[in-house]
Design a protein around this ligand. Sequence first.
Ligand SMILES: O=C(O)c1ccccc1N[C@@H]1O[C@H](COP(=O)(O)O)[C@@H](O)[C@H]1O
Length: 214
Amino acid sequence: MPRDVKVKICGLTKPEHVHAAADAGAVYGGFVFFAKSPRNVSVELARDLALEAPVGLAKVALVVDADDATLDAILNHVPLDMLQLHGKESPARVAELRARYGLPVMKAIGIAEPADLAQIDAYAGAADQLLIDAKAPKGAALPGGNGLSFDWRLVNRKYWPLPWMLAGGLTPDNVGLAVQMTGARQVDVSSGVESAPGVKDAALIRAFVAAAHA
Ligand SMILES: O=C(O)c1ccccc1N[C@@H]1O[C@H](COP(=O)(O)O)[C@@H](O)[C@H]1O
């Protein structure tokens, strides 16, 4: 089975789902540090989950406009492999955090219309990769993790000077088409592998990874 599409399972909160993701063949596992999220984890829980992660599952911390003290508390206690910045972090802030923590940084970019793509170039040289996600609706409590997709034709075969990952409303049923339409080599999912908000489902995780690899 071809495995060239890399999968990230985000919003892990239980050891069994960390293992389900790794066993299924996901290469990234995400921990959400954002109080308003149903997937929010404490530093202590994230540390336990990260220590559970087998070699081969890169551990990603998702933060939203986090301040230095919050980031220090996370990064001093949790063994991590990547930072996902899912707020309004500027290119300068992205570059600053990348230099300070010495970890690869993935910057989320919300997309709803063609004009949203214009901001991407400013992050070349600041971020290591991009997360191309659906823009959250006005007034949404969460800037991501809403199970909403965007018009994939907007990113059809786009060339950007840094690697990118597709996110937003992906499910086991639509990830194959999403990959086909966008040419994404990496995909990220949260809501689409849950039985209820914040409740991951091991069977859905397996189905998602299998569909992405197919
Ligand atoms: O998952 C969350 O709770 C979350 C909270 C705040 C910012 C981002 C969040 N999740 C990220 O959003 C995208 C898409 O999620 P979904 O599959 O549409 O539910 C994904 O990258 C998550 O990492």
